[in-house]
Every structure is written in structure tokens, then in C-alpha cells.
Design a binder for this molecule. Structure first.
Ligand code: G6P
Length: 367
């Protein structure tokens, strides 16, 4: 009923707007004296975490994109060796599992058939299992040694939004508790925990871009193809943005790491293929700017999401959408929001069934 939608036209939009609150719920009870309280992961957490030598992440769909971002955090912030793979590949190939592997499954529903099968298959070869999940009574939670609930509340829209950003919060907390056993200093952990307090406000700020994104969506509604570019943790964010657009607006969208542009997709770019870029604030921005020039030189229309201190000049065919200044570690969480809004508004313009896209299911419990 429309009452469940709390006045919103679609569940998806309601769920996008819930993100300031639910990303807060994903960390608020897990912080003690400025550090992450690892007992939130389960009674055995400390004993298990002490023995972890590397991490294997398994997931499907949007949850897989969360896993890709976690890999950048685990290895980049904390020096934890981390592999990530989609469950449907992992479960059907012979795998080598090193000693001390913590198997992390990420799943909104906790019932995805491939993810569950992957866990069951490796059960006796791993150190332990942890699931980052949104449904407490689910199979993955029941069958994993440890769990961290994402606290997003029920997600109805088939296109996942708040489940993803809360998974990211959970994965960041996981990086911090494991990182203590690797290269992450307590000082750095305190610093990141303090930054987390800014997250709900930053999510709120990103949601306020709704009006300008609705305007931007008009440039996509009549197109058949689009390209999403990002670097670092924003590469998986670009993948997630492209997935959202495919899922609900039925526009072909492809994501590339910005550095790969010249190795293929540049040949496709013309005025009929809009390019969306999520620009990092770090040292790689200059390289990305060079890539952007290649696109605009070919008549491509560019939409750049960038922090206001970044010197990306709007110009002929280059639109700059100003983001709030975001601490680097929170970028993938905050930059996800405008891409969710973009896919939403394009779908509304096209008149598709936003909450129930054709051929897709909320939870894929059979193969
Ligand atoms: C389906 C849903 C996606 C979801 C994926 C994995 O494809 O439509 O939104 O990301 O399954 O689901 P899970 O519940 O395991 O996160």
C-alpha cells in the first residue's frame, strides 16, 4: 500500500532516503570508547580474528560490488590479503584455500542460492565463516560462525540501495577489527571511527542533490547505452551505478576502471553514449582528467561527480555535479547515492516498473 511507502512514489525512493538513518544504525551500537566493539560479530569473534591470515569474500550482484570495495579497504587500509569473487564462479571451480582463511559472505537476504552453496562447499577447509547480512533469521546467518547484521530494515525494491550502503559500513567495521591484527594502528582506527560520525550528514547532503540529478536524468532517458567510470574504491561504485541503471531503466550501462578507457570503450564513445564519472579526490584525479578530455574530444557528453575543491571545469559537453567534501574512506558510501538517484529518475522518465523490474527477483533462492 502507499502507506508503507511513507508518502514516496516508490519503495526504491523511500529506501534511498532512509540511508542517512540506516547507515547510522549500521555502526552506532558497535562503537565503544571510540573503537569498534568486536563482540558485535559474535562470541567467538576475538578468538577467530586472532587466527585470520587472509580473507575470501563471496557474494552476488550488488553485494558483490560491496565486496569489491572491501578489498580496497582490507588491503589498502590494513594490509589484510583479500580475495573477492562472485559466488556462482567460486562454487563451480576448484579453489585453493590457504590456511587461516576467513570466509566472508555478503548478502542482503541471506538466502541467495549460490552464496549459500559456496559457503557449504568450503565449510571444512576454512578457518571460520562470517556473514554480513540484513536478515537475522536467514540461512547464511544460521550457518556462519560469526555474523554482523547490517540493520538496514526490510528492503522491498528489487534494486538494492540501502542494503548496499549499510553492507559497506559493516565491511568497514570488519576491516577495522581485523586490521588491528595487521597493519592498522589504533590511532588510525580512532580516526576512521570518528569520521564515521559524519556519514549520516554526508548521506543527507548527497540526497539533497535529488533535484539536480532529476534534471540530469533527461540526458539518459532516450539513450540506449552509457558508460560509468571510476578509480580505486569508486570503480566498484561505478559498477554499482551501471547495474542500477540496467536493472530498472533497461539502458545498457557498462562500468570501467577509468584507466582502461583507452583500451577499448573509448572506441564506442560518441554523442549518443553519455559517460558518468565518479572522480576521486586523491592523486589519481589528474590521470582521470586526461581520460575525461579524451571523451569530450569525441563528442561524448560527460557527467562528473566531484568534490567542490576539485578542479574539474564544466564546459562544452562537460557537466560537473558538485558533491560534498567527503573523507576519502567514506567516498564509496556517499558517491553511491547520486548514482542510485540517477537510475531512479531515468526509470521514472521511461515509465518502467521501478520496484519490480522485469525478469528480476529480489532474492534468487534457486539457480
Ligand atoms: C538479486 C537481487 C540483487 C541482489 C542479489 C544478491 O539479484 O535482485 O539486488 O544484489 O540478488 O542478493 P543478496 O540477498 O545475496 O544480497
Amino acid at each position: 500500500t502507499s502507506a508503507d511507502k511513507a508518502g514516496f512514489k516508490h519503495y526504491m525512493l523511500k529506501e534511498i532516503y532512509e540511508q542517512p538513518a540506516v547507515t547510522h544504525a549500521a555502526f552506532e551500537d558497535r562503537i565503544k570508547d571510540g573503537l569498534v566493539d568486536e563482540s558485535a560479530f559474535g562470541e567467538q569473534a576475538a578468538v577467530i580474528f586472532d587466527q585470520v591470515k587472509q580473507v575470501q569474500i563471496i557474494a552476488c550482484g550488488t553485494s558483490y560490488h560491496a565486496g569489491m570495495i572491501a578489498k580496497y579497504w582490507m588491503e589498502g587500509l590494513a594490509g589484510i590479503p583479500c580475495h573477492v569473487e562472485v559466488a556462482s564462479e567460486y562454487r563451480y571451480r576448484p579453489v585453493v584455500i590457504s590456511e587461516g582463511t576467513l570466509f566472508i559472505s555478503i548478502s542482503q537476504s541471506g538466502e541467495t542460492a549460490d552464496t549459500l552453496a559456496a559457503l557449504r562447499d568450503v565449510q571444512d577447509q576454512i578457518l571460520a565463516s562470517l556473514t554480513i547480512c540484513n536478515v537475522p533469521a536467514s540461512s547464511l546467518v544460521r550457518e556462519s560462525d560469526l555474523n554482523l547484521m547490517t540493520n538496514a530494515g526490510p528492503e522491498i525494491g528489487v534494486a538494492s540501495t540501502k542494503a548496499f550502503t549499510t553492507q559497506l559500513v559493516g565491511l568497514l567495521l570488519t576491516t577495522l577489527v581485523l586490521g588491528r591484527r595487521f597493519k592498522l594502528s589504533q590511532e588510525k582506527e580512532r580516526e576512521i571511527v570518528a569520521l564515521l560520525a559524519q556519514l549520516p550528514g554526508l548521506m543527507e547532503h548527497a540526497i539533497k542533490m535529488d533535484g539536480s540529478i532529476e534534471e540530469m536524468s533527461q540526458a539518459f532517458a532516450e539513450k540506449n547505452h552509457s558508460l560509468f567510470l571510476g578509480r580505486g574504491t569508486l570503480y566498484p561504485v561505478a559498477m554499482e551505478g551501471a547495474l542500477k541503471l540496467k536493472e530498472i531503466s533497461y539502458i545498457h550501462a557498462e562500468a570501467y576502471p577509468a584507466g582502461e578507457l583507452k583500451h577499448g570503450p573509448l572506441a564506442l564513445v560518441d554523442k549518443d553514449m553519455p559517460v558518468v564519472t565518479v572522480a576521486p579526490r586523491n592523486e589519481m584525479l589528474d590521470k582521470l582528467k586526461a581520460n575525461l578530455q579524451e571523451v569530450s574530444a569525441r563528442g561524448g557528453e560527460l557527467f562528473v561527480f566531484a568534490g567542490c575543491s576539485q578542479e574539474v571545469q564544466p564546459g562544452e559537453g562537460i557537466h560537473v555535479l558538485e558533491m560534498p567534501e567527503v573523507p576519502e574512506v567514506l567516498e564509496p558510501i556517499v558517491y553511491t547515492v547520486p548514482l542510485q538517484l540517477l537510475s531512479y529518475h531515468v526509470a521514472v522518465l521511461k515509465g518502467t516498473d521501478v520496484d519490480q523490474p522485469r525478469n528480476l527477483a529480489k532474492s534468487v533462492t534457486v539457480e
